[in-house]
Structures are given as structure tokens and as C-alpha cells.
Design a protein around this ligand. Structure first.
Ligand SMILES: [Zn+2]
Length: 375
């Protein structure tokens, strides 16, 4: 079985508006780092271009009225309903090509999911995907079309069991919305608490309803949380639940905005925890669809994705250009030549507060969710 990287240079050149923080160009930098640090040969993975999604598949999740608004916006027409649908804000601006871009992003994830379902691929990574905030009838948090929900819904329709693990710093609220009442998809999101970060949801008490009760899991973390506390929370909850659920395919939204240098959030992770957690998710996954998600420090995001992809394809990155003078610069001087960060650890009162939050949340999940799974 192959490893497949979904990438298109033209898509990576797209942008919402010049000042918008969601930058597909991160994927371009990721490709450069991949060339610099990893062997790229047919042996390790193949590359595929994302194809635009068949429009009918949008309705596996989205409402027609909302999709019509997206198409109108793309044509430059205005409807007062757009305000309600979150369109035309700083966060989700209206711009030329927006519907086509959303269709292509969703097509990338869907195409990857089909390769996994057929058994052609073992691991797929699509850096420009994982738009977990898009709702049934609204755009939110830079997301217009929820590529994740569409691909998962299609696989569920085909009878597959799917686990969704979201390590982006923001709560995966759009995915929670889609599968809140079903036991066919296990949804787990680790994120900075909604008390201090968008979208303000994802508390541990949101565990699903009806048949879905116990199949939606949230681990809200205190602002400031470091590697050690993060890994402790992950290990206590994710492996036991995913192992017990026995998914056919794992969807992993591996947003890089948990990094301590990210401008939009307040966690303190380094590449060390990120790599460790991606590696653990990979071990838990018979097959894996990895999606790039968020990450607003362009260099750090590209570096973390490079580490993630090398974990998924089983290579160890090494700088092929070490010692060469006059090479390209990939970021601040101190970082050129290394993808990985020095360790960082909180101390004192702040550390205790972060630990106390994790203990409280893990205890709650063990008491309310674990018994539903016979754990
Ligand atoms: Zn995010």
C-alpha cells in the first residue's frame, strides 16, 4: 500500500485576501522543507493533485440554501442571508474563486479518503485540508466547506468505522456538530479551552446525545499548557478509546497552531510533543487520513507538518544541505538547519494550574465516557 501526499502548487498559491491569516502558501514551504529534509522518491510516497469535489457530495453535510449563498457570493451577488451565514466578515471574506477553492479542498480530502477505503493507500496527507469549523449552514473560523464531514459521511455510508482525532488548538466544533448523535464515528478533540479561545465550545461535558452519547470527547486545556501536560492528557484518553473503538480508518486533523510561537492561540507546545502525539495517532491507525488544519506561524507550521509526514511515511528527516554555505534561508537564522525545537517546560504555579485542569477533565471523561465503552 502506498503513502499519498495530496498537493497542487497552484492551490498552494491561492489566498483568501492578502492580509488573511489562513495561508495556503504554508503548504508550499512544507514542500520545500520536505525536499530539504526528506528523501523524496517513489519508494516513500506518491503525489496526487486534488480534484474538485462532485457538487452533489456537498449535501452529505451542508444545506442547499447555504451552498447557494456560496455560489452567489462567488458571482459577486449579495443576499442579506449571507450575514447570517457568516459570509463577508474579516474571518470569512468573500473573494473571487472562493467556491471553487472550497470544492477543490473538499475534493482533496474526499479523494484521499477513497484511496484509503479501496486499500490503495495506508497513509494520506493533505496539508490544505481539515476545515473543521464549517457548519451545516454557515462559514466560520476561515472554513467555508467542511471537507472532513463530507469525506467521513461518505465512508460511513460505505459501512466504515471512523475515528476522528483533532489536535488543532481550536475545538473541532463543525465535526462535533455533524456526528453528535451517532456511534459510527468516534470524535475526539484536544484544544485550548473555549474560555480563552475561539470558538468558545468543546467542554468536557459535551459528550454526544442519543446513540452518540459517549462518542464525542473533548479535552479542553488551560491556556499555557506545555508538552508534558498535553501528552499526559492525550495518553490518558485517546489510546484507550481508539483501541476499544477499533476504527477502519482514522481521520487526524493535525493543525500546528498548538505551537508556542503561534500568533492566534496560547498553548506552549514544541515540536517534541507534536511529533510524539502524531506518532502515537499513527500507531493507533490501521489507515490514516491526515489533514493540515490550522497553523498561523508559517515557518513553524511547515516544519511541524514535515515532521508529521516523515513520521507517517517512516523516514527520519535529516538536513541534506548541512554545511553548505549560501543555501536558501527557510526562516529565522537560529531555526535554519533544524526542524525541531529545544524542549520547553512550565514551572511553578502555572504548571500546577494546567495539571489540575487536565486531572479534572480526565477524571470526568473516565467517569462518564469510559464506562459507555466498557472501559
Ligand atoms: Zn486551529
Amino acid at each position: 500500500m502506498e503513502n499519498v501526499l495530496i498537493y497542487d502548487d497552484q492551490l498552494a498559491s491561492a489566498e483568501y485576501t492578502p492580509s488573511h491569516p489562513f495561508k495556503p502558501v504554508r503548504a508550499k514551504l512544507f514542500m520545500e522543507l520536505l525536499h530539504r529534509y526528506c528523501e523524496i522518491s517513489d519508494e516513500h510516497f506518491t503525489m496526487k493533485r486534488p480534484e474538485p469535489l462532485d457538487e452533489e457530495l456537498l449535501y452529505l453535510f451542508h444545506e442547499r440554501a447555504y451552498i447557494n449563498l456560496l455560489k452567489m457570493a462567488e458571482r459577486g451577488e449579495f443576499s442579506p442571508d449571507m450575514v447570517q451565514a457568516g459570509l463577508g466578515t474579516d474571518e470569512n471574506p468573500i473573494f473571487r474563486g472562493m467556491f471553487q477553492l472550497a470544492l477543490t479542498i473538499a475534493g482533496g480530502t474526499h479523494g484521499g479518503a477513497m484511496l484509503l477505503a479501496e486499500g490503495t493507500a495506508r497513509a494520506v496527507f493533505d496539508p490544505i485540508s481539515g476545515l473543521h469549523h464549517a457548519g451545516r449552514r454557515r462559514a466560520a473560523g476561515f472554513c467555508y466547506v467542511n471537507d472532513i464531514n463530507i469525506a467521513i459521511a461518505e465512508l460511513v455510508r460505505m459501512g466504515r468505522r471512523i475515528a476522528y482525532v483533532d489536535i488543532d488548538v481550536h475545538h473541532g466544533d463543525g465535526v462535533q456538530e455533524a456526528f453528535y448523535a451517532t456511534d459510527r464515528v468516534l470524535t475526539i478533540s484536544l484544544h485550548e479551552s473555549g474560555e480563552t479561545l475561539f470558538p468558545g465550545t468543546g467542554f468536557e461535558t459535551e459528550i454526544g446525545i442519543d446513540k452518540g452519547r459517549g462518542y464525542n470527547v473533548n479535552i479542553p486545556l488551560r491556556a499555557g499548557t506545555d508538552d508534558e501536560v498535553y501528552v499526559e492528557a492525550f495518553e490518558a484518553v485517546v489510546p484507550p478509546l481508539v483501541e476499544r473503538f477499533r476504527p477502519d480508518i482514522v481521520f487526524a486533523q493535525i493543525g500546528a497552531d498548538t505551537h508556542r510561537d503561534d500568533q492566534l492561540a496560547h498553548l506552549n507546545l514544541t515540536s517534541n510533543a507534536y511529533k510524539q502525539v502524531v506518532s502515537r495517532i499513527n500507531e493507533l491507525s490501521p489507515r490514516i487520513m491526515a489533514m493540515g488544519g490550522g497553523g498561523y506561524n508559517v515557518y513553524k507550521t511547515a516544519a511541524l507538518w514535515t515532521l508529521a509526514w516523515s513520521v507517517l511515511i517512516g523516514t527520519e528527516p535529516a538536513d541534506k544541505f548541512t554545511g553548505l554555505v549560501g543555501g536558501m534561508m527557510y526562516g529565522p537564522e537560529a531555526e535554519a538547519g533544524s526542524l525541531e525545537d529545544l524542549p520547553f517546560s512550565l514551572t511553578g504555579r502555572e504548571k500546577e494550574l494546567c495539571q489540575a485542569q487536565v486531572q479534572r477533565v480526565v477524571e470526568y471523561i473516565k467517569k462518564t465516557v469510559f464506562p459507555i465503552h466498557g472501559l
